[in-house]
Structure formats: structure tokens, C-alpha cells
Design a protein around this ligand. Structure first.
Ligand SMILES: C[S@@+](CC[C@H](N)C(=O)[O-])C[C@H]1O[C@@H](n2cnc3c(N)ncnc32)[C@H](O)[C@@H]1O
Length: 237
């Protein structure tokens, strides 16, 4: 089992890694050979691959990719979040764990942008995309924006709403990404997105197949009353 990166952060301001986070880490571990193959062996582009994590929270997933999935390969890493503290924390988590593991920083370039979803990148650019979205069904049916959210009051709980609340079916944020996913992925690019059962991942599976992506459910786990799964969506060349 590959080691989980260390995180030093104020969990009153960002999402603390939980079952969903760990499911994604296990999923990426299982996909390690596949990912190295499609991002590095098959890649004909002159530029290094772009690895993007949306809704990074503590940054533990990106740090895991750097340390354990591509420890010896050069890649460009970009994290995004609506929560500015999450963006800062993801950079610190990366630095802490690269230092601990002795992996050369020359192996990666990383930045973090406070923005919604993939709005900071151009189409056809992302080689690996990972998203553990706010997937819990909730009454709030508006996608949160960064307007007025950049200095979230720690006690207001707004950061937690942003981390968890997914509106109708818990899909309001994820659906927006899915609409754009084919465009944003590079040729042969691949995305891993987490769903709970109430997000109806089997419906998503069918819809995304119609949008010229190769879709596979790559991991499933029952976590108490919650059933979590990860879909791999691949813009296969
Ligand atoms: C369930 S938490 C996951 C955090 C972390 N990736 C993990 O797995 O532990 C969801 C994260 O998505 C962020 N988020 C919510 N809506 C977003 C959006 N439209 N664009 C970018 N990030 C968003 C939240 O602030 C939160 O950090």
C-alpha cells in the first residue's frame, strides 16, 4: 500500500481527508500502471503532461500523485478550489511531502488557482483530471462562486457547504464539469470523478458514453450508509 501524504492544516477551514478522499487514493494506486502508460509511454507531445485536481481541499490527492504515482516523471500540476485557503494548503502539502520523501522538486512544477472547476485552463489541455466534488444532495441549487467567498469566515460554515453541498441529486457542480469534460481533456486525457449512489452514477455512465468518452467504473466501496464509486472517463485516441 502506498503511503498517504501528511497534511498539516486547519481543518476548521478546509475539508479534512475522509473516506471519499481515501477511495480516490486507492483508485489511483490501482490505476498507476495505466496512468504511467497513457501519460508517459504513449504521449507524443513535446510538452510534459498537465495533471489537474479540481476542488483540492488539503491537496492530499495531488501530493499522492506526485509522490507515489509519478515519483520519477516530470509533470505540471495545477490545483483549483473556490476556497483560497485550500489553494494555499495544497501548495504547502505538496512541498512538505516532496521534502519528506526526498523526491526532487525538479520532477514537478505546481501552482494553484482560486477559481471554479477548470475555468483557468484552455480546452484540450488536461492529461489527468481528478475531482472529489461536493456530492451531497442539498436544498441549495446554486453553484457557489468565488464572489464574496475569498475570505470565508471560518465560523460561518460556508467553506463546509462549498465542500459538501451538491444541490439536486448532489450533481449541480459535477454536471457542470461533465458538460465541459470532453473539451477540456487533451487527446488521450483521462478523468477520475467520485460519485455517491444518489448522484446516479449509472445514468452518468450512459450519458458520458454518448459524449465520445470511454467510461468505466473503476472502484466501488460501501462506507457506512454511503455507496461511493469512481468513474474513469477517457478521451481515448
Ligand atoms: C469533498 S471536498 C474534497 C477535498 C479534497 N479534494 C479531498 O478529496 O479531500 C470538495 C472540494 O471542492 C471545492 N469546490 C466546491 N465547488 C467547487 C468549484 N465549483 N470549483 C472548484 N472547487 C470547488 C470545495 O471547496 C472543497 O474543497
Amino acid at each position: 500500500m502506498l503511503p498517504t501524504p501528511e497534511v498539516i492544516a486547519d481543518f476548521n477551514r478546509i475539508y479534512e481527508p475522509a473516506e471519499d478522499t481515501f477511495l480516490l487514493l486507492d483508485c489511483l494506486e490501482e490505476q498507476k500502471l495505466f496512468l504511467n502508460h497513457i501519460l508517459f509511454d504513449c504521449k507524443k507531445k513535446a510538452s510534459p503532461p498537465l495533471v489537474m485536481e479540481i476542488g483540492t481541499g488539503s491537496g492530499v490527492i495531488t501530493s499522492f500523485i506526485q509522490n507515489s504515482i509519478f515519483p520519477n516523471q516530470f509533470a505540471i500540476y495545477l490545483t483549483t478550489d473556490l476556497n483560497s485557503y485550500a489553494c494555499e494548503t495544497s501548495l504547502k502539502t505538496s512541498e512538505l511531502n516532496l521534502e519528506k520523501s526526498g523526491i526532487s522538486r525538479l520532477n514537478c512544477v505546481m501552482d494553484s488557482v482560486q477559481c471554479s472547476l477548470t475555468s483557468c485552463v484552455v480546452n484540450n489541455s488536461v492529461d489527468l483530471l481528478v475531482f472529489n466534488p461536493p456530492y451531497v444532495p442539498s436544498a441549495n441549487s446554486e453553484i457557489p462562486t468565488i464572489n464574496g467567498q475569498s475570505n470565508i469566515d471560518q465560523d460561518s460554515g460556508a467553506w463546509l457547504d462549498m465542500a459538501l453541498n451538491g444541490g439536486d441529486d448532489g450533481m449541480i457542480v459535477t454536471a457542470k464539469l461533465l458538460d465541459n469534460l470532453h473539451d477540456i481533456l487533451a487527446d488521450n486525457g483521462v478523468a477520475y470523478i467520485l460519485f455517491c449512489a444518489r448522484n446516479k452514477p449509472d445514468d452518468v455512465y450512459k450519458q458520458m458514453k454518448e459524449r465520445k468518452l470511454q467510461v468505466e467504473k473503476v472502484i466501488f466501496r460501501k462506507c457506512g450508509w454511503e455507496e461511493l464509486s469512481v468513474l474513469r472517463l477517457w478521451k481515448r485516441k
